[in-house]
Design a binder for this molecule. Structure first.
Ligand SMILES: NC(=O)c1ccc[n+]([C@@H]2O[C@H](COP(=O)([O-])OP(=O)(O)OC[C@H]3O[C@@H](n4cnc5c(N)ncnc54)[C@H](OP(=O)(O)O)[C@@H]3O)[C@@H](O)[C@H]2O)c1
Length: 194
């Protein structure tokens, strides 16, 4: 069974962006050491234009071959005129309002993203599915999430967009690894206890 992994950047207090979702205050921590780690360990999670800028656009996928994101997150790329932000992956965007895909490489999931994820997980293959976010879609897909990769930046927001737009429920995960970086960033990986 392929896994669904939510890879997300957040503040110390667990917000993925300001109240509107804007996470640009975290960009300051993308220094050479941390970008080197992302390029080596999670190259698929770097968007196509970023990979080009970093000179790693032809690096093979290590962990994921598919991405799913909500229309709110996809909008960030669309606003920059980018219709295929993760060209190295099979791309799915959950949306009820985008009736037609802006790009042949992007498939719109207009209803039942949970069902779509279950279908993708049942496919044969070594590589998994990267849940990019944002908050609302991660909340809706919460029960399907098998792994978490939490990139915590050394800032407190006080308020903002939560990691999961879902209801209160205590769910246990096992800590699989912790990496710390010179600039104070911490990356924790977890697996869901099933
Ligand atoms: N820090 C990080 O690592 C990180 C990562 C990703 C995103 N973000 C931030 O997250 C923000 C976006 O998060 P968000 O919570 O506002 O939006 P989102 O989860 O990205 O997208 C929400 C949209 O997904 C669609 N959707 C959700 N459930 C659906 C369902 N059951 N069926 C069909 N479509 C469904 C709807 O699109 P329609 O309205 O079109 O129907 C909904 O408006 C952005 O500002 C981005 O910066 C941060």
């Amino acid at each position: 069974m392929r896994k669904l992994t939510y890879v997300v950047a957040c503040s110390i207090d667990g917000f993925i962006g300001d109240p509107s979702g804007d996470g640009s205050a975290m960009f300051a921590f993308l220094d050479a050491e941390f970008l080197g780690f992302l390029k080596t360990e999670y190259p698929e999670t770097i968007a196509t234009h970023g990979r080009r800028a970093l000179g790693c656009d032809d690096v093979a996928n290590r962990r994921f071959d598919t991405i799913i994101q909500g229309r709110g997150s996809y909008d960030l790329a669309l606003k920059e005129g980018i219709t295929s932000p993760y060209a190295h992956l099979r791309q799915y965007v959950a949306s009820r309002t985008l009736t037609e895909s802006p790009d042949p490489q992007v498939e719109i999931v207009s209803d039942d993203p949970v069902g779509k994820v279950r279908e993708l997980k049942a496919e044969e293959g070594e590589l998994g599915i990267y849940l990019c976010g944002g908050s609302q879609l991660a909340g809706e897909l919460f029960d399907e999430i098998d792994e978490l990769v939490i990139k915590t930046y050394p800032v407190v927001y006080g308020a903002g967009m939560p990691m999961f737009g879902s209801d209160f429920a205590v769910t246990e995960f096992t800590l699989d690894g912790v990496r710390t970086f010179g600039n104070g960033v911490v990356v924790r990986t977890y697996s869901r206890k099933r």
